[in-house]
Design a protein around this ligand. Structure first.
Ligand code: TYD
Ligand code: ZN
Length: 408
């Protein structure tokens, strides 16, 4: 008998719809000589029958994930650098126009967004729990608080700097199990007319593309307009805008404000109506997603084994956090992929968690000239394929598995 899982947002009953079994932490790259993974947990997702928030069944403690050695750098992609420069400029044009405005970013990583704000001489505070990232951003001239965001941190920032006109967060809110702490923090820190803007992977895109690898330890929640609207309302806030984004495999940029302060744009009702029409958060829809996930795995494994049987060489491209779920769930190890190349120095020379495939610098990709490359960083596919255009020009082929298994 499985224990009941209660919703982290509303306390309602969470119904499980997909189970990937025991999995390592997605960003816990293994050092040479370290034989086993330090920690495994059961990776499974359910949906709340009351507020419709999709969420992990089991969670990994924060301190094990976000620490001194957290390897992810937001600035590794040129497309993402342009994306965050654009939203920063939009904030400056539309929101940060009063006298001496303040913007706070939750999960400021290496400063990819705040750089633009700081260059314009505007007041900003980054909140970043990973010491290495906080230090890196500070070295680049940003003002950073090296803490987790929650009510206490928010109150400290408000006491020191006053209330914030904008609070922004990209690919972070959905990582924070303690939604209550975040929302109390927003309430303590946001000005009366301010806006909290966050962007995270969209459940509808995950279901539509069967991008099951968006599911891993750091992604505690899988947001939809409907669940975010319900969440905001519980704290006296309101969802006032919801904009679909193409980045990271499909996201939504949500804007929430204190209830009644900003008229919601038509996009909010339109998105919720579409989700309802599609039955997005219905258990039946999500169980179908689980069936599609198993089918996608079988297709990918067949292709890889088929190529290997014909003596082809295959490497992986992009040691993403997402790849941990694909590699471990599909049983892809060093027997199938010779190595995975990745531009992140902190990942190079290590092994992928669980699957133990060596991670090497992209130069090794050029040197090895493999027959096939599995596109693990599929959310950056255009950028990478353009950069590595020599690969297909020389007869190499990319293997995709999102939105379907295909050879390019
Ligand atoms: P990403 O998909 O952004 O996130 P996550 O780890 O959350 O799944 O990770 C992209 C990875 O791909 C990152 O480790 C850097 C790597 N990468 C390259 O090696 N070369 C590139 O040109 C780009 C854009 C990314
Ligand atoms: Zn709920």
């Amino acid at each position: 008998m499985q224990e009941k899982t209660l919703c982290r947002v509303c306390g309602g009953l969470v119904r499980e719809f997909v189970d990937f079994g025991r999995q390592p932490m997605a960003d816990a790259f293994v050092e040479p000589g370290q034989l086993a993974d330090d920690f495994v947990y059961r990776l499974a997702v359910g949906v709340c029958a009351v507020c419709s928030m999709a969420q992990l069944i089991e969670e990994v403690p924060n301190e094990l994930m976000f620490h001194e050695e957290y390897p992810y750098r937001s600035s590794g992609s040129a497309v993402m650098r342009a994306h965050f420069a654009q939203i920063a400029r939009q904030f400056m044009d539309r929101e940060l126009r009063g006298p001496d405005p303040l913007i706070v970013e939750i999960g400021s990583n290496d400063g990819i967004m705040l750089n633009t704000i700081a260059s314009a001489g505007l007041r900003h505070v980054g909140v970043e729990p990973c010491d290495n990232l906080a230090r890196l951003a500070e070295r680049n001239g940003l003002s950073v608080v090296n803490r987790y965001f929650g009510q206490e941190t928010a109150e400290r920032i408000a006491a020191e700097h006053g209330s914030a006109d904008v609070i922004f967060s990209a690919n972070t809110f959905s990582h924070i199990s303690d939604v209550d702490g975040v929302m109390r923090g927003i309430d303590a820190l946001l000005s009366k007319t301010g806006v909290f803007v966050f962007e995270d992977p969209y459940l509808l895109d995950i279901v539509d593309q069967t991008s099951f690898d968006q599911i891993y330890d750091e992604h505690v929640y899988f947001f939809a307009a409907k669940s975010i609207s319900a969440l905001a309302a519980r704290y006296g806030f309101e969802l006032v805008d919801a904009e679909r984004l193409a980045v990271h495999g499909g996201e939504v940029r949500y804007s929430i404000a204190r209830a009644g302060v900003r008229p919601p744009t038509p996009s909010v009702q339109a998105l919720i109506a579409m989700e309802d029409l599609r039955g997005l958060t219905d258990e039946a829809t999500l169980r179908r997603f689980a069936v599609n996930t198993a089918r996608r795995r079988d297709e990918l494994v067949d292709v890889l084994h088929g190529l290997k049987a014909r003596g082809k060489t295959i490497v992986g491209y992009g040691a993403t956090a997402k790849s941990a779920t694909v590699l471990n769930y599909c049983g892809i190890g060093p027997g199938l992929l010779d190595f995975i190349c990745d531009s992140t120095p902190a990942k190079q020379g290590r092994y992928t968690p669980g699957s133990h495939i060596p991670v090497r610098a992209p130069e090794h990709f050029v040197e090895a000239r493999p027959d096939y490359a599995l596109m693990l960083a599929w959310n950056h596919a255009s950028e990478i394929m353009e950069k590595e255009s020599w690969f297909t020009e020389g007869g190499g082929r990319w293997i995709r598995y999102v939105p379907e298994v295909s050879l390019i």
